[in-house]
Design a protein around this ligand. Sequence first.
Ligand SMILES: *Cc1c(COP(=O)(O)O)cnc(C)c1O
Length: 418
Amino acid sequence: MAIFDWRASRRNFLATSGLFSSWAGFLPRRLFGASSTARPRAKKPSSIYERLGVRTRINAKGTYTYLTGSLLPPEVAEAMTDAAQHYVLIEELQRAVGAKISSLLGVEAACVTSGAAGALTLGTAACVTGSDPEKIKRLPETAGMKNEVIIQKAHRYGFDHAVRNVGVRLVEVETEDDLERAINEKTAMMHFLNEAQNQGKIGLEKWVEVGKRRGIPTFNDAAADVPPVSHLSDYNKMGFDLVCFSGGKGLRGPQCSGLLLGRKDLIDAALLNNNPNEDTIGRPMKVGKEEIAGLYVALERYLKVDHEAEWKAWEKQLDLMDKEVTSVPGIHTGRFVPEVANHVPHLYFQWDETALGLTKAECVKQLEEGEPSVVCLGDDYPYGLSVTPFMMKPGEEKIVALRLKQVFIEAQKKRAAG
Ligand SMILES: *Cc1c(COP(=O)(O)O)cnc(C)c1O
């Protein structure tokens, strides 16, 4: 069996592909191998991650917390630096930012939390304790309080732990009948997972209608569900009493920030359960002045973005990747947009895995372990290997396309060499 000389063939491929001259400036030097040290180093290395010996990644996957969510636009980073230079009363800052956010979005009230998960805990606590200081102190001990939260079976998820933190018991329902029967004097809240809106038997509107009729506050977790921008107020307008979003996903705010939007009395109660109040369930979910200011500016920015132009730019980035990668014989592509959460254009790749001797999982692994490291969607996704430009930096689509081509061409050569 012939030994495949990866480096030689890589140089070959780069030299013969038309991409070489036009893309060279975008590529980190290491992509070209040791022989090309004279090439300009276009990508500024990160001094902090280099010092720490932590690899940076190209994010072709979307907003994922384990991948650190999103990158801060410069104006957000500036707002955080500015906020860090002055003392303020954190409660005054929360109130001021909350008022501005609620008027920007046309919702009754708002506060900034440590994330969507923090918002889930604070919002649930608000429904359980109201403004009662004794109850606030006792959490997560809830004996004698309203301490049941109703949720559809299909809406159970990892983040319902953030609801359970409050000391409530989740009551699972499937049908409307189940729901009507489950509501009792102990029901504190009805929780809904926006992303699962088509999985459960009870839809958004019905959930709200029952909540209103039976006098139970409803909560919609829409953490990862911008774009579209309208979602930021859609669910409050629909009648949900509380809605949360991650600050560090589509909004591109600080990683440790989130939005809790909704009824004024519940937002007030959420704040009573929150930092800086020490004897509270929310004290460990501190959100600092830097994050509060940063999320506010991120939201202002997001509302001004030309979302249509942004969408078109994403399509163009996909066009480029599509064209380059399908120049490899046997590689086919398709497009899709997830209905909710990471609702942005995606491109998937397909090929005869047996014929090429390369599975999608192996391809994902090679992209991730290669240099630079490219993180894609994999087998846990409906179409297997897929990419989205949602969280890429401009120009990275070229690197991603090139790496995909390299992996496919290497597999073909290996196969040919048998
Ligand atoms: C990401 C996510 C969360 C948690 O958001 P953080 O801002 O990281 O706390 C909660 N719920 C859903 C559905 C999410 O996607």
